[in-house]
Design a protein around this ligand. Structure first.
Ligand SMILES: [Zn+2]
Length: 285
């Protein structure tokens, strides 16, 4: 769902200036950890260019509505649509279409979503379009990871970074602080269920509930990746640190942190997660 009110503020200011001064580049690379915001911004630019309203882009005039509904002949979008790669077969027909003149306006817009998934041949097939389009086209590649974009593609685009100067917040910030890389954070995915299970395990230990041993097994079984295993221990540590502020739980939390330091040492000497969590559960039996 495209929403041109959810866009990068600085980025739209920059693009508006470029548009007003007729300095729009013919290819951009939008780098944004929030890819939907970057895609919205690309549509915002197409609307700005075509809008017939007073406050451009209003998102409500006929042109804007046509663009936002995906039915404007001069605004084309391609993306992997759930697939792992974006291949030459998906890109080629659009490229051929883009060699023709715009249908309704003076310029066409070509958006490539999740550009990090372009195959090598698809990316190579785009190079001449990025460098010197035969017809007036603004191509915008959108990615959440510029490292995965070929240098030959990157060097032909004007890069607009949406993450610049913005600190990651919430869970991402917590994970980065605890030494997880961006790739590992992606790998961890949605942590809601895991967090719940870790919390149960933690509470069962504090309550000396024998179910803690069962929970320990379940947790370790579902954590095959190194990042997942580390996450469980980090989360337990955070729960204990949090409880240090609670006078009723302070003593137990301190003991738990001591145990977790022991577990860290065990992990360094390659004790498995399962044995480490067993150790914890037994300590609190
Ligand atoms: Zn409009």
């Amino acid at each position: 769902m495209i929403d041109i009110t959810n866009v990068g503020t600085k980025q739209t200011q920059f693009l508006r200036r470029a548009y007003e001064q007729k300095r729009l580049a013919h290819s951009y690379l939008f780098v944004d950890s929030d890819e939907s915001r970057a895609l919205n911004t690309a549509y915002w630019l197409a609307c700005l260019f075509n809008c017939t309203g007073e406050n451009k882009p209003d998102g409500t005039c006929q042109n804007c509505r046509q663009i936002l509904s995906g039915n404007h002949p001069d605004v084309l979008l391609v993306g992997p649509e759930g697939k792992q790669t974006l291949g030459i077969d998906q890109v080629r027909p659009l490229k051929e279409e883009l060699a023709k003149s715009p249908v309704e306006s003076s310029r066409r817009f070509f958006f490539i979503n999740e550009a990090q998934k372009l195959t090598l041949s698809a990316a190579n097939g785009l190079l001449n379009l990025l460098e010197e389009p035969v017809a007036p086209v603004v191509t915008i590649l959108i990615t959440n990871n510029s490292d995965q974009i070929l240098p030959t593609v990157r060097s032909r685009t004007q890069i607009i970074n949406f993450d610049n100067g913005e600190k990651p917040s919430g869970k991402t910030a917590m994970l980065l602080e605890n030494g997880f890389s961006k790739d590992e954070i992606d790998e961890l995915g949605n942590l809601e269920k895991r967090d719940q299970e870790i919390k149960y395990f933690y509470q069962e230990m504090l309550e000396h509930n024998s179910l803690a041993l069962v929970s320990a097994h379940k947790l370790s079984e579902n954590a095959k990746l190194g990042s997942e295993q580390r996450y469980i221990l980090v989360r337990l540590k955070l729960l204990a640190e949090h409880d240090l502020n609670d006078p009723r739980k302070m003593e137990m939390a301190a003991q738990m942190l001591k145990n977790l330091i022991e577990v860290d040492k065990m992990r360094l000497s390659n004790v498995s997660l399962r044995n480490s969590l067993d150790y914890l559960a037994l300590e609190w039996k």
